[in-house]
Design a binder for this molecule. Structure first.
Ligand SMILES: [Zn+2]
Length: 89
């Protein structure tokens, strides 16, 4: 399940289906606290948002690959992330 989600997210990411419209990062932070992005899916374009610590996507699916794609692109931990073997500094 995680591998499948990761494969889908990577396909979106590499296929240039992802457009990040807005990302706001606090000074000194490594990850944005607000993100709005569009991901071109099979039938339509999905809108992914991250705000107040929560992800949402207009597809409303469990295990949404669109949000996972944006998580990959912005450095957020996600179901599509590889298991970290070491901590970044
Ligand atoms: Zn979605």
């Amino acid at each position: 399940m995680g591998d499948r989600l990761r494969a889908k997210a990577l396909a979106y990411y590499r296929g240039e289906s992802l457009r990040i419209l807005a990302a706001a990062t606090m000074t000194g932070a490594r990850k944005p606290y607000f993100v709005e992005a569009h991901v071109d899916g099979h039938n339509s374009t999905y809108i992914v948002r991250y705000e107040l610590g929560a992800w949402s996507c207009t597809c409303h699916a469990d295990g949404c690959a669109h949000a996972a794609t944006v998580q990959l692109a912005t450095g957020h931990p996600s179901a599509a992330s590889p298991t970290p073997s070491h901590k970044g500094s």
